[in-house]
Design a protein around this ligand. Sequence first.
Ligand SMILES: Cc1cc2nc3c(=O)[nH]c(=O)nc-3n(C[C@H](O)[C@H](O)[C@H](O)COP(=O)(O)O)c2cc1C
Length: 322
Amino acid sequence: MKNRITELLDIEYPIISAAMTWVTSAEFVAAVSNAGGMGVLGPNAGQTEKSSSPEDTAERLRKEIKKVKELTDKPFAVNYIFPMGDNTEDPFTNAIFDILVEEKVKNVIAIGQKVIQKEVIRLKKHNINIIYRDLSPTVQKLVEAGKSGVDALIATGYEAGGHMSDYKISTLSIVPQVTALVEIPVIAAGGIIDGKGALAAFAMGAEGVYMGTRFIATKENPASEATKKAILNVKSEEFIEFKSGIGHLRTIPTEAGKKAFELINQGKPEEAYKYYGNGFKVGMLDGDLVNGTISLSEAAGGIKEIKTCAEVINEIMNTLEK
Ligand SMILES: Cc1cc2nc3c(=O)[nH]c(=O)nc-3n(C[C@H](O)[C@H](O)[C@H](O)COP(=O)(O)O)c2cc1C
């Protein structure tokens, strides 16, 4: 299959595993890339403890990038977080930028509340492909982002796992509106777990799919066995959802998740943060389903089997090429 995304990234299939904090690693990323898609190192990739500084974060990332290069010669990407809020500088962003340049990383999945033009300029100076994913996308924001010099966009619907948008716009709503208006290629994200979802995304004009939740439930993903089992058991209607520091958070109703939900509804966001702030690590990586949170797409109810990354990709490609 050839389109603008496979051409841009030099990959066989336009299937990208999402950047997900704590639940990516070199082994996982290489498994996706070796299967013909593109793996992405997320924040805390391959780690089991929090880092202490921007320099420490960057050096850990360097080690993980080196490991990916040992495991595959295929393209991969790194998550790149644009400075947020009123900041146009962020010491973490700067430290990671240096590593990307030194390690000659070719692709980033950049995220932010808006495109930061000076980041685009310095990444492009080093010929790094920029795929931009807005954290709270609207059609207007993505149209603007499409003119900023980035190479491709990810349009994320509210079905997605992780920190969701401030706006409740579904994948089925946002993707066709964006593909109708932007000239650069668009990748669809949010609730895509199989070939049928990918087919729908392509029918809406997307040229790639970006999938998180489905790839957590794979053999190679570093998430705990308890998390993978929880994905197989969860039903789409069981999730709870609350406003978090960044957008909204959907989680399986663990004790910590329920407590955070209650506290948010009582107007106590700071107290709630104590329950969900470190929740992805505690829940998803460490497997403590009482004290952690398990953030997933609502489409997780449709995942019935732990597969290898190659099996996930092959099923999608078999459906797309039928
Ligand atoms: C557990 C989890 C952690 C995530 N962490 C990040 C992150 O650190 N950076 C990021 O860009 N996106 C993050 N995301 C969002 C994904 O990149 C992606 O947009 C989302 O998973 C796509 O939706 P899906 O889960 O329905 O496939 C996370 C998603 C999940 C499920």
